[in-house]
Design a protein around this ligand. Sequence first.
Ligand code: AMP
Length: 611
Amino acid sequence: MPEAPKTSLKPCDYNLAEKNKKSLQFIEDVTSNADEVQKKVLEEILSRNAHVEYLQRHGLDGQTNRETFKKVMPVITYEDVQPEIDRIANGDTSQILCSKPISEFLTSSGTSGGERKLMPTIEEELGRRSLLYSLLMPVMTQFVPDLEKGKGMYFLFIKSEAKTPGGLVARPVLTSYYKSTHFKNRPYDPYTNYTSPNETILCPDSYQSMYSQMLCGLCQHKEVLRVGAVFASGFIRAIRFLEKHWKLLANDIRTGMIDPQITDPSVREAVMKILESDPKLADFIEAECSKESWQGIITRLWPNTKYVDVIVTGTMSQYIPTLDYYSNQLPLVCTMYASSECYFGVNLNPICKPSEVSYTLIPTMAYFEFLPVHRNNGAINSVSMPKSLNEKEQQKLVDLVDVKLDQEYELVVTTYAGLYRYRVGDVLRVAGFKNKAPQFSFICRKNVVLSIDSDKTDEVELQNAVKNAVNHLIPFDATVAEYTSYADTTTIPGHYVLFWELSLNGSTPIPPSVFEDCCLTIEESLNSVYRQGRTSDKSIGPLEIKIVEQGTFDKLMDYAISLGASINQYKTPRCVKFAPIVELLSSRVVTSYFSPKCPKWAPGHKQWGKN
Ligand code: AMP
């Protein structure tokens, strides 16, 4: 992710080495004193907010020590705090969760009731986020030298925003950050020197934004030392865009004129400062892009690239083979771990293999607690709605410095912006320690079965969506006897696939349009982040239903039992990832159908109406 500088020095007095040293020293200090820092963070949060309604209601009574806090305050999920969040969204400005004014809501890619969760934030949190960003390059330069001698080509985008009924802006955390002065007016820093001018990042039209960023990246191809996007899926989408549009882009470089489809005046102006007629470069791009194989296209077009900066942990690991192919095995670098609730930590060994990535939580960001998780064979991903914890379970939470090596935990945060003992929903495993601070590998997000981009679909959502869709089969006296799903990332963009085994009692054949309606109904029933990905971001392709032969799911069970599953306990998995199982299902497909159009989606929560 792009980083924001902390200093406001001019180029002439910019002492990079000194700044890097300071950042690394900061990491040394806060990780060496992790427990003391955490104690202070909690005291600060609780003393500032001593009078807020939420803490008073639970009887914290101004106390700021850990013991009382842990005894008195419940460990919660989003649904527990939703009434307070709704009041703030509806315009109640009293001190409900936080003594400082809620400046906006950050819309999470995690959903509740099909809508994005709303995370309260306060102005000063931007400073905390900037601080985390400012640590990334000092860490990186320990492993890759001379990064200040060139540019970063990052594909960064804003998303649409909405207003709550009470008038607060609600938008994703990165949109909030890119639109902030922390990003827009960042002082000179060789590490935030990007090929994309701000205007191209801040363009709300996703086609124009991508086109202009790609064009600027191509024009400056020799200067590019690192490339990236936030998530792997976004970077692959950029390569796909290049595949589709290289002729137009090369033409612009040949003529020195930007394509008329780019109509945003500020984007045109910014690009025209970079774009010059360069027929040689245009020939080179055309020659490379028209080759049959696109293997290594990144290193061919941007020959000085040292690494690809994208998150490939969690569900994004499904994109590693594609990235390896396009980048000729350049290092894939995961620099940070963050969320709308708060930013968490950084990877102190960024050149490691994706499977070895671990994030060191920075103890100043929030107060962290950890709920031990015991899972057997990935069962954590099975249906289990967020449940409230009883008193005994609440006592099991441990502090940052008390986690144990190799143990898995669910992350619980108390933030400066008014979340107290909030379960983020991520499961992490302790992979090691930096001084006293643990380093975590990201295991998974609880309950998520399907994900292509930032969408997170759980089993209950999938089940409901299928239930709605099968209504289309009733007139044909048909039902779905069994189903499962998988995220197909061999297409760009990736898409959800459902395997259906039908039980047919009627004699009328089912026309293809009925199955297409089933696909669309499933999409319409999925959460808002999925529908936005399909409709606005175009980061998810049309959903596909594959009808499989009768008896396929019996074969699936036989296979699972041959691998050691118990026949009494066997349940059809609602999502499959294991390649031999996907192959077994795929080999028995009779027909397949795609959703014929995009599902409906509009920014903001549906209950807010138009604003
Ligand atoms: P959001 O609230 O939409 O910003 O999404 C935050 C979530 O994205 C986190 O809680 C994680 O589940 C996921 N996430 C963020 N950073 C990483 C990372 N480096 N590796 C894996 N998952 C991540």
